[in-house]
Every structure is written in structure tokens, then in C-alpha cells.
Design a protein around this ligand. Structure first.
Ligand SMILES: Cc1cc2nc3c(=O)[nH]c(=O)nc-3n(C[C@H](O)[C@H](O)[C@H](O)COP(=O)(O)O)c2cc1C
Length: 224
């Protein structure tokens, strides 16, 4: 005979409210309690700070974050932030090697709310625009396009040659959102972090992720 207390025999209260009632909703009243997957990729363009801030701005209570970085991405990240990417990740970020073609992200059957490549090199842009799928970053992006999921590319290069411009158009025509790392100045940034926040806010807007990084523009009358 099993002594009471040795097993968790706590009875379900039949009168307890069923799931999805107000008592079990989040503060915002959100009914969707199941977390969604989001993919973030870091390639070797300048702008590691954008990736750093994005990884810290995605709410973990709503999203599981899957991160892939290229070798050049890790090099530039360390050069620009002074810390190795592997030592600078917020908790609970799931990381993959760029050579891991067997990763869940490589398949359309893996449910994913979208992908951001930030910063995105001209090389990664070109590979994606051409459907090359040479590494897990390109493949995961290709999957997003074929599954009609949001793919946000944050390219950084200047000046742009004809090939860069043609690849951006090609990727956009295939369904990608081209969101260049081009901060605005009308919110009167006071420091580099303000410029980074501006771009990250635009990325989060595209993903439909709530944030309070930059106040929305309310027109000239508001005095903002
Ligand atoms: C310090 C540094 C900054 C770079 N900045 C850029 C850049 O802004 N845009 C870009 O397209 N490539 C840039 N590159 C070159 C890429 O890192 C290089 O083309 C690399 O092969 C890209 O590989 P990936 O697409 O696999 O990350 C930079 C390289 C270094 C070392």
C-alpha cells in the first residue's frame, strides 16, 4: 500500500476554473499562453550592439529564442562589444552551430514565429536572395520564406553596390523585410544606445513584439 504523502496525490478540484480563464491569463489578458519560437541570427556585419539589445528585448515569457551565429559574426561581435558572444548571452537562449543542418530551424515543420538576421552581411543577403542555403542561417531564412513566415534582414554596408541593391530587391520580392540599420534622429538621441534602440524598436515592431524602447512619434505638436 502506498502511504499517503509518498506520491503527489493532490486531487484536482473539479470546481477549479478551466484553463484560459481570466485568472490564468497574463497581466495583459493574453490568452495565448503557449510560447512561440523566434530565430535570431548574427552575421559578420558591423552592428553587434543591435543583436545584443534585441536578444535582451524579446520577452522570454512569450518567446523561446533560438540563436545562430556565423564565425564572422562572433568575430565582429567580440571586436565591437569587447566580450565573446558565448559569454554575453542572456539566459535561456538556445544556440546552434552554423554547420548544424539537422537543427530544428532547418525544417519547415518546426513552428517558428519568424527570424531576424541582425546585423546581416551582404554575403548572407546574397546567399539568401539566391537560395543557396550554405549554412544554417541561410537555410533557416530560406525556410521562413518558403513557409511565408516573417524574415527580417537588417543589412549594414555603405556605400551599396548594384549587386547589394539587386539582392535586397530580390529578397524583398521573395517576402523578406529589408530593415536597414539606419537609425532616425528625430527622437533626439543622446547617446549611441539611443540609436541602437531606434533600430531594435523597428525590428520588434515588425515582429509584433511590444516594447517601450522608443516612444511612438506623436507629431510636432507633442513636443517630442
Ligand atoms: C570588423 C569587420 C566589419 C565588417 N563589417 C561588415 C559590414 O558592415 N557589412 C558586411 O556586409 N560585411 C562586413 N564585414 C565582412 C564580413 O564579416 C565578411 O564578408 C564575412 O565573410 C561574412 O560572413 P557571414 O555572412 O558568414 O557572417 C566586416 C568584417 C569585419 C572583420
Amino acid at each position: 500500500m502506498v502511504e499517503s504523502g509518498t506520491l503527489n496525490l493532490k486531487k484536482q478540484n473539479p470546481l477549479a476554473a478551466p484553463p484560459s480563464t481570466a485568472a490564468q491569463r497574463g497581466k495583459s489578458g493574453d490568452l495565448n499562453l503557449k510560447k512561440q519560437n523566434l530565430t535570431v541570427a548574427i552575421t559578420g556585419a558591423s552592428g553587434a550592439g543591435y543583436a545584443r539589445k534585441l536578444l535582451r528585448s524579446i520577452p522570454r515569457r512569450k518567446y523561446d529564442v533560438h540563436l545562430v551565429s556565423s564565425e564572422a559574426g562572433r568575430l565582429v561581435y567580440e571586436l565591437e562589444t569587447g566580450v565573446a558572444l558565448s559569454d554575453d548571452l542572456p539566459p535561456e537562449v538556445c544556440t546552434y552551430e552554423e554547420t548544424d543542418f539537422a537543427a530544428p530551424l532547418a525544417s519547415g515543420s518546426f513552428p517558428c514565429a519568424g527570424m531576424v538576421i541582425v546585423p546581416c552581411t551582404m554575403g548572407a543577403l546574397g546567399a539568401i536572395a539566391s537560395g543557396l542555403s550554405q549554412n544554417l542561417i541561410h537555410r533557416a531564412a530560406d525556410v521562413c520564406l518558403k513557409e511565408r513566415r516573417p524574415l527580417i534582414l537588417v543589412p549594414r554596408e555603405t556605400p551599396l553596390n548594384r549587386i547589394h541593391l539587386a539582392n535586397m530587391l530580390k529578397a524583398a520580392e521573395a517576402g523578406a523585410i529589408i530593415l536597414p540599420a539606419m537609425p532616425g534622429f528625430y527622437h533626439k538621441p543622446g547617446c549611441v544606445q539611443d540609436l541602437i534602440d531606434f533600430v531594435v524598436a523597428r525590428i520588434l515592431d515588425q515582429l509584433g513584439v511590444e516594447h517601450n524602447l522608443v516612444a511612438p512619434w506623436r507629431g510636432l505638436e507633442s513636443g517630442s
